[in-house]
Design a binder for this molecule. Structure first.
Ligand SMILES: Nc1nc2c(c(=O)[nH]1)N[C@H]1C(S)=C(S)[C@@H](COP(=O)(O)O)O[C@H]1N2
Ligand SMILES: [Mo]
Length: 424
């Protein structure tokens, strides 16, 4: 769309119709420059129009243009002793829409990302089944396929914020999340192929990496909506996300989404492995721990403006945007507060919430340089409302690491910079 100069208003980088539809009230305060003085970018022939561009095949598999080299995963070096058993963070502050590009979707490994070829791949189903089975990758491709979009959130996401505001950026406070469109086979299809014995109640699922990341998974969940995926966002899984096959456990903590899935044992009891006892449990104020806290409760965050995304355009129209999700179903509503939760305004959802997938929200604001305590608060389809920090701590205390879904606050200053703060 060309820029448009209107006689009664500002130059805007969109069609006038689109601008009006988005936020009529902001027209008078738009601050984009009028085309008063000649702009060489308009009046002069530019270098890129004076010669030829790259031919096709210049990059047989494309990467983002160099101007976007900042939009990358990042880790926090002091969080873990090395990068092998570690985690990095999705640059959610710089993304829009809902699908996370695989190349910048966060990674969490307990013993590093392994390289496992399709030829060497095997998936075994054993235990309480009529017929133990071993599938090759080619076998898996012959079962009826499904395609579904889900978020994966590590239970530790936002875990560093329990005691107080700590990490300065949405990438670091909320970036242990990604959202992809997966293609694969339902777990139910594969389990039915092996035949489940009546006494079966659990699965033990493990990966081919040295850590194996073994976890117990209730059979009901496995038969409900779990799948084994070999494609994400239309292409083969990336090595770091479990190539060639990973487990998808919609709405449940990321630790259950076994990468490089190698074995599914059907059992009548949970195994109580390391990953579900000493880790991924929530220690309460009295020292006892909650376990089997699989579902990721509803959560949201403003991704921009935020500490890594200061306001740089001056006063006037400001797009406030963020992400919301719930492990219990679709997002029903997102509210935004500009004053630390005193007043709430309903945000626009980019599209109706999808079950257990990220939802994008927008709130169009006329910013006149006032300080803001920016917050977002999601309500999911069950009616559950995202809690404040105070509300969450009242129930959970301060000993937890995992499952922190409290409301996040960014203090936006008159100069447009933003900081991670805590108001309640
Ligand atoms: N085999 C295996 N599966 C694994 C892990 C692992 O280390 N090994 N890490 C788990 C954890 S804790 C999380 S949060 C997710 C991370 O998935 P991602 O790397 O695609 O973001 O994978 C889970 N599955
Ligand atoms: Mo995790």
């Amino acid at each position: 769309m060309p820029d448009r100069t209107t006689t009664d208003g500002p130059t805007i980088n969109t069609t006038r119709r689109g601008f009006l539809a988005a936020s009529t009230a902001l027209v008078a305060s738009a601050t984009a420059a009028r085309a008063a003085t000649p702009d060489p970018l308009i009046t002069e022939v530019q270098e890129w129009a004076s010669g030829l561009g790259d031919g096709v095949d210049a990059t047989p598999y494309g990467l983002p243009i160099r101007f976007e080299s900042d939009v990358i995963r990042r880790n926090v070096s002091w969080l873990t002793a090395d990068t092998i058993s570690s985690i990095n963070f999705t640059p959610i502050h710089a993304l829009d829409g809902t699908i996370t590009p695989a190349g910048c979707a966060f990674e969490r490994h307990h013993s590093g990302a392994i390289e496992l070829s399709k030829e060497d791949y095997r998936l075994m189903i054993n235990g309480l089944v009529d017929q133990p089975l071993v599938f090759t990758y080619a076998d898996l491709e012959r079962f009826p396929r499904v395609t579904r979009t889900y978020f994966l959130e590590c239970a530790a996401n936002t875990g560093m914020e329990w005691a107080g505001a700590q990490l300065n950026g949405a990438q670091f406070t909320h970036g242990m999340v990604h959202n992809m469109e997966y293609t694969g086979v339902t777990l139910r299809t594969l389990l039915n192929e092996a035949g489940i014995k009546p006494e079966a109640k659990w699965l033990f699922v493990e990966g081919a990496d040295a850590s194996s990341n073994g976890r117990s998974l209730p059979l009901d969940k496995a038969l409900d909506d779990c799948m084994i995926a070999f494609k994400a966002n239309g292409e083969a899984l990336r090595k770091e996300h479990g190539y060639p096959v990973r487990l998808i456990v919609p709405g449940w903590e990321g630790n259950l989404w076994i990468k490089w899935l190698r074995r599914i044992e059907v059992t009548d009891e949970p195994v109580e492995s390391r990953e579900e006892t000493s880790k991924y449990t929530d220690t309460m104020e009295n020292g006892t721990s909650r376990k089997w806290t699989w579902v990721m409760d509803a959560k949201s965050v403003v991704t921009a403006p935020s500490p890594q995304m200061p306001i740089t355009h001056g006063h006037g129209p400001l797009v406030i945007t963020g992400l919301a999700w719930s492990g219990r179903g679709p997002v029903a509503k997102v509210d935004v507060s500009l004053d630390g939760g005193k007043n709430w305004h309903e945000a626009r959802l980019a599209a109706p919430g999808q079950p257990m997938a990220l939802t994008r929200f927008y709130f169009d604001h006329d910013w006149q340089g006032e300080e803001m305590l920016l917050q977002s608060r999601v309500t999911d389809s069950t009616g559950y409302v995202q809690p404040t920090k105070t509300q969450l701590r009242a129930v959970r205390g301060l000993n937890s690491v995992y499952h922190n879904n409290c409301i996040q606050t960014w203090w936006v200053k008159p100069n447009g910079e933003a900081e991670n703060v805590e108001v309640s």
